[in-house]
Design a protein around this ligand. Structure first.
Ligand code: AHR
Length: 331
């Protein structure tokens, strides 16, 4: 009799725990919400932090969500395969960060036909029909390009080497992945501002694919071709600029002094380089999109309307604030 009471008590405890656990989920759904996420890869510190943010949020909300995570290793064909596999598995929501803007139309149509909503996380796609995705969350990349240029025109005179002239300021540019949203937009935003300052000239511009290795390689080529003529480096991301810093030092120049450097992301590595006086300014692009993504997925499953554009708020960090800001950086 005693053991029956025990079994009953355990049963009640399990039932109570299960209902308490499901009460933690804010939606009315019998099962967990399944999100299929296709990540680009691990090309930069930014991307690694983005993956961590998504996985950490999935762990935090494990009672209510299941995350199916797929790493495309920088290849669009792998992203398309992953999305098709999410459709076949019947996930509740698909989210992805598209490696390039074009070429996703067909697979997004398949998702729409299957009735699975698609969240664009971090990057935009170029499709004619906007109903193929429900929301785009992330940064304004054009604005990041503008902010980089604005910091440069506002501060170059103050930070430049004394013997350098203001009459002609020669810039080299490390572009991101060809055809990607951030590369296209940061390229455009930067030029939009510089068009008003004809003394700032873009001497050379080439893709470094958002990686350190390529940043170093392309900067070596820029230095070979233009050497002393280079006054400024604009990196579409911090990783490529950090690679370039190595090339600049190996060529016998002082990064941050002989060549003024502005780049985008605001990752810890950039702050460390600024503390050492090797990078002059980083423009923030936050990778911490996990919480927003799960909130949006939950709202979608609950049938709530969500905004078509969810914008991330970001700042600009010049070298002078690097030391005090570094300890608070989350990525
Ligand atoms: O899409 C965001 C960009 O992708 C980041 O700026 C870059 O570092 C990353 O690889």
């Amino acid at each position: 009799m005693k053991s029956m009471v025990k079994v009953f008590a355990v049963f009640i405890a399990v039932v109570m725990f299960a209902s308490f656990a499901s009460a933690q989920c804010k939606y009315d759904h019998d099962n967990k919400i399944v999100i299929g996420y296709s990540q680009i890869g691990a090309e930069s510190a930014w991307r690694v932090a983005n993956t961590e943010s998504i996985k950490a949020e999935a762990e935090k909300r494990a009672e209510c969500f299941e995350l199916k995570f797929s790493d495309a290793q920088q290849k669009q064909e792998n992203q398309i395969k992953a999305i098709r596999s999410f459709i076949a598995q019947g996930v509740d929501v698909i989210a992805f960060s598209p490696v390039v803007e074009s070429g996703f139309e067909a697979v997004l149509r398949e998702a729409k036909r299957a009735g699975i909503p698609v969240i664009l996380s971090d990057r935009q796609v170029d499709v004619e029909d906007d109903s193929l995705w429900v929301t785009f969350m992330g940064s304004d990349f054009v604005e990041e390009g503008r902010r980089s240029a604005q910091w440069l025109v506002d501060n170059y005179e103050k930070v430049k080497r004394e013997d350098k002239s203001m009459d002609e300021v020669n810039i080299v540019e490390l572009v991101g992945t060809v055809g990607s949203g951030p590369a296209n937009d940061r390229y455009a935003g930067f030029r939009e501002v510089l068009d008003n300052y004809p003394n700032f000239k873009i001497l050379a511009s080439q893709s470094a694919d958002f990686t350190r290795a390529k940043g170093k390689e392309v900067m070596e080529a820029f230095l070979k071709a233009h050497g002393d003529k280079i006054d400024v480096l604009y990196g579409h991301n911090d990783d490529s600029a950090l690679g370039a810093i190595q090339a600049i030092e190996e060529a016998g120049y002082k990064p941050g002094k002989d060549i003024i450097i502005v780049s985008i992301d605001a990752v810890r590595g950039a702050f460390e380089a600024m503390v050492e006086g090797k990078l002059n300014c980083t423009v923030e692009c936050s990778p911490l999109l996990g919480p927003q993504m799960f909130d949006a997925a939950e709202d979608l499953v609950k049938g709530q309307e969500i905004p078509k554009r969810i914008m991330t708020e970001e700042g600009v960090f010049p070298m002078e604030v690097a030391e005090e800001t570094l300890p608070q950086r989350k990525y």
